[in-house]
Design a protein. Sequence first.
Length: 246
Amino acid sequence: MHIRPLTRSDLPTVGTLAFEIFRRDELYQYLYPHHSQFPDDLRRHQLIRLRHRMAEVGSHGFVTVTDETDTDWTGKSEILAFAFFIRTGDDEGGRKWRGDSVGKKLERYLLSWEAFYEEKLLNRAASLPRLTAFRKSLQPAYHSLLDPRWHLGILAVSPQHQRRGIGSQLLHKLQDLATQEEVPITLEASVSGRGLYLKEGFRVVEQSVIVEGLDGIAMVWEPKMWRGREGEGLLEGCDGEAFVEV
């Protein structure tokens, strides 16, 4: 298997993968309590979010796909996992990864209206009061203290291919980029993903209660040249809550 950039033609497959993975997620079950009754509404919402991620400035999608060297090769390449890495900052690396275009600006504008219409009128899977309250609580203040940085927007592995190191491979690709550019990585961890991130050297910097029994965890990974700064006050005084995109 190998990792390659995500293309627009991958979106239908990635959208199906996202639905299968996140409909089991505790946060999604809380924010989209009617997803079992209206699964197509959640699928449509997730596809809009994926299209937005592709058009977002600094956002880059990657997929892990099978190849002929794999034991479970079926005769055609299949997507096993996907991730979006988001670059911030106005440093040399940021300028390299944050290119924009008129086409992307127009797409973001059109998507903003589509998402508004979808959420307010069409998405019966969601609890709008819960979504509204949740988004109002998002205050990732520590992010600005760490710019420039890479942010792991999402990482998801097919349920049938988990526990095979596929998620780690995608994470290592992001860590390699961050190491080359000497910048940290931030992320907000799902319940199921926290063990992986802790194993790969991330540390918890913020924890917030979303609702009783469901919390949010914000984590940071630092390249070797940053390590040893713990206690120097980089994140002291930050009371932002963990941020999870939905």
